[in-house]
Design a protein around this ligand. Structure first.
Ligand code: PLP
Length: 451
């Protein structure tokens, strides 16, 4: 219904056409839901927009609000809807499995879990062949931390500053981002090293120099042996910060010499999103000992996983380990369907093509607007950092908020993040098209031109 499209005024960029009519919605409106949220949910209300959005339907890369207005989703429910909202293959798989058997527990056999674990392991490089299913990224990282400590028989863990690894008390300890840290974070035995951030870090894009800080930390602040080293390959919450080239090979070398396991948090970067490789860590030519997966793995269903080698998995083989919902048949069916869609629709190659185009256009936008300090990322995992001054790199926090709202008014939903809240995060469902990319950049150009 064209009359419902977000077209506030003539002469503004227009969203690509999309032949779909959302279902009529007669449920409670935004104000009513807000009142309930205030009363019955977290009163701190972590809501994104000043005028709150009540999103009631999604179709591929588009969302619809209570009035039927369409929005381009460039954030995918925080990088979670990987293959598209309501993708028919995923929906069919979930419905079929739900009708047959919704849940037993992993104490019985089920083909959906076993088949899916096999398919997932086949997508992993090296000897990463044993899969544990859990329910969230935090849980996956908790488990990886536990495995590293059990396997190595030592305790110290290292992660990067500006990292986000979860909100459970122990993964909050791994996280190094003040917005997401309360004083209950269990950080005992966790150390944070210098972040290899090519834009803000002191060594620019020389990954090896940042790795010296890791070596120094292990030598000076641990018994010389560590249990593990956690990293994202492009920091998500931290503002799409791609680790400086050469960092991971150097860091892995240092960690392994200190007896530690290398743990890649692929919660945001996995499943072909970065375009150049199926897994983010492959972009630096390393193979971790443990990989943690969540978000895009289930296209929005609560599914997460830890993948490791048979040798490391032995530490749990000697113990009883159990998870009630982990890899339940419905979530496994969804995860398996996601893998099938990625393959069939060649989504990794698509992310590379659309991502390159976006990067090219965003860099041209940077030439035009001084407020853009840095454009970065890979595939459909991109960041645009806004600064008040390109020399001082002072974060343009207020401007980011303003532009963020104005983009929404034009029908474009992006993420925001970074330590200073001044980074637009562009991480749409992987079916995002070239036309969507052009519309997104035109919309950014439009709002920035009015600053
Ligand atoms: N790791 C990364 C890189 C994440 O981005 C997130 C969530 O944003 C997590 C872990 C935690 O995942 P969850 O919110 O599912 O616990």
């Amino acid at each position: 219904d064209a009359s419902k499209e977000v077209r506030p005024e003539a002469g503004v960029p227009q969203m690509p056409a999309f032949d779909y009519t959302p279902q009529p919605y007669d449920g409670p409106k935004a104000d009513e839901i807000l009142a309930k949220r205030k009363k019955f949910l977290n009163p701190a209300l972590f809501l994104y927009y000043k005028k709150h959005l009540n999103i009631v339907e999604g179709k591929m890369q588009y969302l619809f609000d209570e009035s039927g207005r369409r929005y381009l989703d460039a954030f995918a429910g925080i990088v979670t809807v990987s293959v598209g909202h309501g993708h028919p293959t995923v929906v069919d798989a979930v419905v079929k499995q739900t009708k047959l058997l919704q849940h037993t527990t992993t104490i019985y056999l089920h083909h959906a879990i076993a088949n899916y674990a096999e398919a997932l392991a086949q997508r992993m490089p090296g000897n990463l062949k044993v899969v544990y299913f859990v329910n969230s990224g935090s849980e996956a990282n908790d488990m990886a931390m536990m495995m590293a400590r059990l396997y190595t028989g030592t305790f110290d863990i290292v992660s990067l500053r500006n990292a986000y690894h979860g909100m459970s008390p122990s993964t909050m300890g791994l996280t190094a981002h003040s917005t997401w840290k309360y004083n209950v974070a269990q950080g005992f035995g966790v150390h944070h090293v210098m972040n290899p951030d090519p834009y803000r870090g002191p060594f620019g894009a020389d990954g090896k120099l940042y790795a010296n800080d890791l070596a120094n930390l292990i030598e000076s602040a641990t018994p010389g042996r560590i249990a593990g080293f956690f990293h994202e390959t492009i920091q998500g919450v931290g503002g799409a910060v791609e680790l400086a080239p050469g960092y991971l090979p150097a860091a892995y070398d240092i960690v392994r010499k200190a007896g530690g396991l290398c743990i890649a948090d692929e919660v945001q970067t996995g499943f072909g999103r970065t375009g150049s490789n199926f897994w983010g860590f492959q972009n630096q030519g390393v193979t971790p000992d443990i990989v943690t997966l969540a978000k895009g793995i289930g296209n929005g269903l609560p599914l997460a996983a830890v993948v490791t080698t048979p040798e490391i998995a032995q530490v749990l083989a000697q113990r009883l380990h159990f998870n009630t919902y982990g890899g339940n048949p419905v979530c496994s069916a969804a995860g398996h369907a996601v893998l099938e869609v990625l393959e069939k629709e060649k989504r990794q190659a698509h992310c590379a093509t659309v991502g390159d185009h976006l990067l090219h256009r965003l860099r041209a936008l940077q030439d035009k607007h001084d407020i853009i300090g840095n454009v970065r990322g890979r595939g459909l995992m991109l960041g645009v950092e806004l600064v008040k001054d390109r020399t001082t790199k002072a974060p343009a926090k207020e401007e980011t908020l303003l532009l963020f709202e104005q983009l929404k008014d034009l029908g474009v939903l992006v993420g925001k993040g970074g330590l200073h809240g001044n980074v637009f995060r562009i991480k749409p469902p992987m079916c995002f098209s070239m036309e969507d990319a052009d519309f997104l950049v035109d919309a950014m150009d439009h709002v920035m031109s009015k600053l």
